[in-house]
Structure formats: C-alpha cells, structure tokens
Design a protein around this ligand. Structure first.
Ligand code: HEC
Ligand code: HEC
Length: 215
C-alpha cells in the first residue's frame, strides 16, 4: 500500500513543473579550483561584473552555459571578427576540452541565482506588450526554455541583455554559419524596431521574479 502512495506522489512530482524546479538542487558549494579563474571576471558568486562586460552566470541553466561555451570554442558566437569582450571569452575556453566544459556548466547550473539590479528606465507597460512574442520562447516569466534553446532572462543584467539585443540586430551575434539558435533569435529581434523598444522590453523583464530557481 505504501508503495502505491509513493508512486502517485512521484507521478505528481513529474507532472508538476513547479515542484520539479523547486526540487532542483541549488547549492552554494565552493567553486572547484580549476574554475576559480572564471570568478575573476564573472564574480565570486558568478553574478557578473559590469566594468568587465561580464554577464551574470548564476541564473543560467547547465544546458545553456554548455551551448554557449561550445559556441565560443567553435568561434560561432561572435565569429572571427568578434568585438573585444567576445574575444575575451573565446580565449577563456581555449584551455577547456568538452569534458571540462561539461563540468563547469554543471557546476554553474547548480549555483544559487543572484539577481542583478536594474539600470535601465523605460515604459514597462509598453514593454509588457512587446514581450508577449518573446514569451513564446523565453517563457511568460522569463525563466527560459531548453526545448527552444532560449535562455533565462529573469535576473540577468539589463545592460548585458541590451548589448546582446543590439548585437543580434547588427549581426555580431547569431549571424555565423552553424549558429542555429542564434539565427532564431536574430529573426525575432525585428519585433523590437528601435532602441526605445529594446529599453521598454528590458524594463518589463526587470519586473520578473528573479529569485525563482532556474530550469
Ligand atoms: C577575462 C574575463 C572573463 C573570464 C576569466 C571568463 N569570462 Fe565568461 N564572459 C566574459 C565576457 C566579457 C562575456 C561576454 C561576452 C559576450 O558578450 O559574448 C562572457 C560571457 C560568458 C558566457 C555567456 C553568457 C550568456 O548569457 O550567454 C558564459 C556562459 C561564460 N562567459 C562562462 C564563463 C566560464 C564558465 C568561465 C571560466 C571557465 C569564464 N566565463 C571566464 C568574461 C570572462
Ligand atoms: C523563436 C524563439 C525566440 C523568440 C520569439 C525570442 N527569442 Fe530570445 N533567444 C532565443 C534563443 C534560441 C536564444 C539563444 C540564441 C543564441 O544561442 O545566441 C535567445 C537569446 C536571447 C538573448 C541573449 C541572452 C543571453 O544570455 O545572452 C536575449 C537578450 C533575448 N534572447 C531576448 C529576447 C527578447 C527581448 C525577445 C522578444 C523581442 C526574444 N528574445 C524573442 C529564442 C527566442
């Protein structure tokens, strides 16, 4: 009898994404020795650092970190003529083989999310309307969706998201051959027609609950 009850309980757990998220292990383990150099730019809690152009990694899921590290390694993200901050990250992964990339991604994926503070001003109500189309891939609450390759946006630095959106628009991200996910995001950037729309949508993204566990 006990077994049946347990079965039903675990079935409920599997079917409820909310509970799965809450059950995901989120740790404050010390950074493994060989990856401490990541903290030089990304910060001790991997929370990012504006003065070094480094985004918040603590909010990101294992799968996305891995895809991006592989993209830097294959020179897909940013490509050969990449800007300085992209080149910096391309150089950081040269010493990492696929196993090490898997290891550091798994570590980052278990980190506690440290949300960023807002720096951008704009029209949040207008941003909410613009975000409706973004939510199809990134989720209504900005938590991301692995199936679509769309990363979590909630809790990321707005200055970084702004820079990336501009990069998708001008082709310095998402235009390289073989960057399938980047190309999808590039196609979606046309929904934000100008700088003001980018700011408005980011102000709305800043209203998301940033403390939720990642998926
Ligand atoms: C010298 C500074 C520096 C070091 C050290 C560094 N990074 Fe970065 N990282 C950056 C910068 C700058 C960016 C933004 C690059 C861009 O815009 O493409 C970045 C971007 C990233 C991204 C992309 C995040 C996103 O949202 O798409 C990941 C993942 C990442 N770094 C992981 C790491 C890991 C893991 C390490 C250690 C193995 C590391 N970084 C070491 C500076 C650094
Ligand atoms: C068709 C699905 C789709 C839609 C719609 C979409 N995105 Fe994305 N987005 C993606 C994917 C996939 C990526 C990862 C691309 C890559 O690997 O470069 C991404 C990446 C991003 C990034 C980079 C985040 C980071 O950590 O580097 C930002 C910012 C972003 N999207 C914002 C938006 C906004 C704002 C909208 C609405 C205007 C939007 N997206 C609409 C799929 C989508």
């Amino acid at each position: 009898m006990k077994k049946v009850v347990l079965c039903i309980l675990s079935l409920t757990l599997v079917l409820s994404p909310g509970i799965i998220c809450a059950a995901e292990p989120v740790t404050s383990q010390p950074t493994p020795e060989r990856f401490i150099y990541c903290t030089v730019c990304h910060g001790t809690a991997f929370q990012g650092n504006r003065s070094l152009d480094a985004p918040n990694l603590s909010i990101l899921g294992t799968w996305y970190v891995k895809v991006q590290l592989m993209n830097y390694k294959k020179m897909i993200r940013g490509g050969a003529g990449a800007k300085n901050h992209v080149q910096e990250m391309q150089q950081m992964v040269t010493a990492l083989d696929e196993d090490a990339i898997g290891e550091v991604s798994a570590f980052v994926g278990t980190m506690k999310s440290t949300p960023a503070s807002s720096t951008i001003f704009g029209d949040s109500a207008r941003g909410a309307k613009l975000y409706q189309s973004c939510g199809t891939c990134h989720g209504a609450d900005g938590l991301g969706n692995e199936t679509f390759g769309a990363p979590r946006l909630a809790g990321q630095h707005d200055w970084y998201l702004e820079r990336e959106l501009v990069s998708y628009r001008n082709g310095s991200r998402g235009a390289a051959e073989g960057d399938l996910y980047g190309a999808q995001m590039r196609a979606s950037i046309s929904m934000l027609e100008d700088e003001e729309s980018i700011r408005d949508v980011l102000v709305y993204i800043n209203t998301f609950n940033q403390t939720l566990n990642k998926n």
